[in-house]
Design a protein around this ligand. Structure first.
Ligand SMILES: Nc1ncnc2c1ncn2[C@@H]1O[C@H](COP(=O)(O)OP(=O)(O)OP(=O)(O)O)[C@@H](O)[C@H]1O
Ligand SMILES: [Mg+2]
Length: 272
């Protein structure tokens, strides 16, 4: 088999201006260097998958971009301009929203309450200021339907009682309702069944069709990464080990880049 082609690190003339670019992003946790001078570009309407073994630095990268764990070194550029991302508010202002690995939903609240948490719609009437439940439920229903999240029977059920796929759909919907240009998804299909995984893949395609860019972290090479990504970035021990265009790689190339071992059996070993 021929070696897969990797993409050159720097952009040339005629290439699109990235909606988001990271240069030299480095993050230390005590003696551990979780990210080591990572460069990354995300173009408009592009789906970039980040892959890597456990502890490779994938979630740390997402948290650096979303401002929850700002890097120690390196910089960010938005549409070609240098920007500061030191807090989640900074990244939100730049149109970046994240769905984290643990989803961060409030289990005791229902779908509508989770979707509007911190952004509740208030209506003023002669009786005083009140939450406009009917309006929020209508908008929540429309937003979920627009995204194709259709299996939640009651929007008033506490989300702790919903399935993993339904919860993932709500978390993505909450993020999309903020109108992001760039959506960060950390392991959106972890622990989901085949049907639900296909639903999340459809959601990711939908985000792109709405002209959003997506950075998606996944261990699921076949059903998620190779299914949705335009470009795939491999992290190994905090460093960018490789970068591929989707059409230039297959799963065994990716496994080889992830593990650093080029072996016919590597794919089987990773699946165990
Ligand atoms: N808050 C933290 N404090 C100390 N070390 C951390 C912290 N967060 C991450 N690390 C370390 O940084 C490294 C990268 O962790 P990270 O969570 O980014 O990995 P990951 O690629 O997302 O892994 P996984 O696939 O298991 O989710 C690991 O060695 C981890 O132990
Ligand atoms: Mg992680």
């Amino acid at each position: 088999m021929s070696e897969p082609k990797t993409i050159a690190a720097s952009a040339g003339a005629g290439e699109p201006v990235p909606v988001l670019e990271l240069r030299g992003v480095t993050k230390h946790f005590g003696g551990v260097t979780a990210l080591h001078s990572v460069d990354l570009k995300v173009n408009p309407r592009e789906i970039v998958a980040i892959v890597g073994d456990n502890g490779a630095g994938k979630s740390t990268l997402i948290k650096a971009i979303s401002g929850t764990q700002p890097p120690d070194e390196g910089g960010f550029f938005s549409n070609g301009h240098p920007v500061d991302i030191r807090s989640p508010q900074d990244s939100s202002r730049l149109g970046i929203e994240a769905v984290y690995q643990d989803l961060a939903l409030c289990d005791n609240l229902d779908t509508v309450q989770n979707l509007f948490l911190g952004n509740e719609i208030i209506s003023s009437a002669w009786t005083g200021r009140r939450l406009n439940h009917a309006r929020m439920e209508r908008i929540a229903g429309e937003a979920l339907r627009d995204l194709g999240v259709s299996t939640i029977r009651s929007l008033r059920t506490p989300v702790g009682r919903l399935s993993g796929g339904q919860r993932q759909g709500i978390a993505i919907c909450r993020c999309v309702m903020r109108g992001p240009k760039v959506v960060l998804l950390d392991e959106p299909t972890a622990a989901l069944g085949v049907e639900q995984r296909a639903g999340v893949v459809r959601l990711i395609h939908k985000l792109k069709s709405e002209s959003r860019s997506v950075i998606v972290i996944s261990h699921d090479l076949h059903d998620v990464v190779l299914e949705v990504a335009d470009r795939i970035v491999v992290l190994r021990l905090g460093r960018k080990a490789a970068e591929f265009r989707r059409e230039d790689v297959n799963a065994s190339d990716l496994v080889a880049a992830i593990t650093g071992v080029r072996s016919r059996h590597a794919e089987q070993q990773l699946a165990l």
